[in-house]
Ligand binder design. Sequence first.
Ligand code: G3H
Ligand code: ZN
Length: 294
Amino acid sequence: MDPKEILKKAQDEKYAIGSFNFSTAEILKAIVAAAKETNSPAIVSTSQKEADFVGIREAAALVEAWRQATKLPLILNLDHGKDQEEIRKAIAAGYNAIHFDGSSFDYKENVRQTNKVVKYIREVEKTFDCSILVEGELGYLRGSSAINDHVLEIKPEDLTSPEQALDFVEKTGIDSLAVVIGNAHGIFTKSEEKLDLERLSQIKEAVGDRVFLVLHGGSGIPENDVRKAIESGIVKVNVNTELRIAYKESIEKELKDKPKETTPYKILSPALDAVKKVVKEKMEVLGCGGKSIN
Ligand code: G3H
Ligand code: ZN
């Protein structure tokens, strides 16, 4: 299963693949169950800290077990990888997608560091005859995957510039590009994230089909905006916070309703169902149902 082919098919047919974060075996199980029930390809992701919690090799082993069991195309992605060492470890463990987040650097340094990651990954691909997706990031994406009141102020200079996007893609050689177009990490209870779809169209116009466009911060963005973003070229949508909330609220409810319950699988089963429901709803919006190519 070539992860680039999975995204290429989505790009050609104008749907998006969800990238869903996990840090426990049952959250991964819930994501896979949603993919199975909708016959969708899926990207399952761990940030550096999520990987530290579940164990990077253990995450890869779990995903491989699910690939064998379901025959689904499951891409395992390192999300917001920030250092070369972590990227090396993820690839050694068997991750087949790497998101290098160099957005904290100035433009020149982001290009330099991202290109270094791309070169390293191309070497690995040649040596081991495998395919690994590399994603770079351009612009400053605010927030973390948590609940906030108001959308953090997104400054014009935070947004991805269409002209720079093309230059970045050409100089780094990335496969995928995470863009900042009004999206932010986390959900916002008192205001709404609004995507600058005009800017997205300009970015798409500039880079064409040579790169897969990625929308981070997929939680809390109005469904219609996500659908329009996919029409304008987004091929991968990252979602984390809404899964975390579903998981947490379900466990909270179980513990409150059944204070004497001590059996982990009884406490956690409803949480698994709650996460699965959110993932299925997202997959419906992304249009990836039935697109599993295995
Ligand atoms: O990289 C992960 C995502 O961008 C998650 O964003 O927590 O807003 O869904 P989210
Ligand atoms: Zn993100």
